[in-house]
Design a protein around this ligand. Structure first.
Ligand SMILES: *Cc1c(COP(=O)(O)O)cnc(C)c1O
Length: 396
């Protein structure tokens, strides 16, 4: 048979995550590739889901989501960010942030429209834009003084007459950058000037370190009216398998997104929704402890990577740390990550797969630190072998 997959999806046929996870399984290497925690979320949240199932919450919930969760999201936005979203019409529960992004792009972008994305970007963005028939316009994040950032002039230059939207992910996967107020102000200015919609992916909103604050783009003057703000329970409550996310946006935008979402999945699973509503109202203390714990894990892994000979770029948020592999004598992250299980018994992700122009990310490799301390320590001990290999000149 000819290739059955439609042409515009062919570049997304197989992902490096599948390759690297298979490599970890085959070799018994420690998997610091995929970003999911190896411990559970708050016990009372888990209990609430079990209670919901035994209590008969097992049929289709309302299309926009269980009212309890929409109300909890509304209260959380108000309390943390001073943003008002009406639970009836301005909040939509989705099957994770992934469906929220896809439904938003499909709802708002015509074929041929352009969508600006900061590269390296979360892999589902490119696929969502391709599915809609829109065209992505990358703006590259580059390390300046140890953190990835963008050049506002480059952002301006990426905007054309067909630009419809800009996808903004902060805290940013895979670089760990948390956009500053100045960076966000530059994005807001462009959105207002060029009449763009902002689609913001804020799934790591609570996972920032060293006292760095996450500021939603929607809080900037004039931005609430043109922003589709997306988040999810997966990262905040260490429940990535629950796939419970939400959209907050002014009524016309929410209505448009729901028009698409209703034919993708109609509605999201019911029991998780009440459990996440509980967590948003009662478990943010647990989340603060998670954040502090993750910061310690970040430092632990950074120390191990530095000792192994990587140049380490300190992330201000998320699950991930970026390394520059050139001090070890390597130049291509894809080649290194394919060899790494053999060299050191560890699996990581080559950052170049998150770019439209992989040459900008060739020498970066991403490691996840959302793992138990003993797993991080074992990975660090194994990676120490690299320093020896580099010193002996065997690292090609
Ligand atoms: C994990 C992740 C998602 C996916 O969130 P789900 O709620 O699991 O769909 C979306 N965006 C980014 C940047 C992520 O890291």
């Amino acid at each position: 048979m000819d290739e059955p997959l439609i042409a515009r999806m062919r570049e997304f046929g197989t992902t490096v995550f599948a390759e690297m996870t298979a490599l970890a399984v085959r070799t018994g290497a420690i998997n610091l590739g995929q970003g999911f925690p190896d411990t559970d979320g708050p016990p009372a949240m888990l209990e609430a889901a079990v209670r919901a199932i035994h209590g008969g919450l097992n049929q289709y919930p309302p299309g926009p989501g269980v009212p309890e969760l929409r109300q909890a999201v509304s209260a959380h936005r108000k309390e943390h960010y001073g943003l008002d979203y009406d639970p009836d019409g301005e909040i939509l529960v989705t099957v994770g942030a992934t469906e929220a992004v896809a439904a938003t792009v499909l709802a708002l972008c015509e074929a041929g429209d352009e969508v600006v994305v900061f590269e390296p970007y979360y892999d589902s963005y490119a696929a969502a834009v391709a599915l809609s028939g829109a065209v992505r316009k990358p703006v590259t994040l580059r390390p300046v003084a140890g953190r990835f950032t963008f050049d506002p002039d480059e952002l301006r230059a990426a905007i054309g007459p067909r630009t419809r939207a800009i996808l903004v992910n902060s805290p940013h996967n895979p670089t760990g950058t948390v956009f500053t107020r100045d960076e966000l102000a530059a994005i807001a200015e462009v959105c207002l000037e060029r009449d763009l919609i902002a689609i913001t992916d804020e799934v790591y909103e609570h996972l920032t370190f060293d006292g760095v604050e996450h500021v939603p783009l929607a809080t900037f003057p004039g931005m609430r009216e043109r922003t589709v703000m997306i988040s999810s329970a997966g990262k905040t409550f260490s429940a990535t398998g629950w796939k419970t996310g939400w959209v907050c946006a002014p009524r016309p935008l929410t209505t448009a997104v729901q028009a698409v979402k209703q034919f993708l999945t109609f509605t999201a699973s019911a029991p998780w929704q009440v459990a996440v509503a509980h967590a948003l109202r009662h478990e943010l203390g647990w989340v603060a402890a998670l954040r502090d714990d993750l910061q310690t894990k970040r430092d632990r892994l950074m120390d191990g990577l530095a000792a192994a000979g990587f140049e380490v770029l300190r992330p201000a948020g998320t699950y991930f740390v970026q390394t520059d592999i050139r001090p070890l004598g390597f130049t291509d992250g894809l080649a290194l990550t394919r060899e790494l299980p053999g060299l050191a018994g560890v699996v990581a992700i080559p950052t170049q797969v998150f770019y439209d122009r992989p040459e900008y990310g060739r020498h970066f490799v991403r490691f996840a630190f959302c793992k138990r301390d003993e797993v991080i320590d074992e990975a660090a001990a194994r990676l120490a072998a690299l320093a020896g290999a580099a010193a002996r000149g065997s690292a090609g």
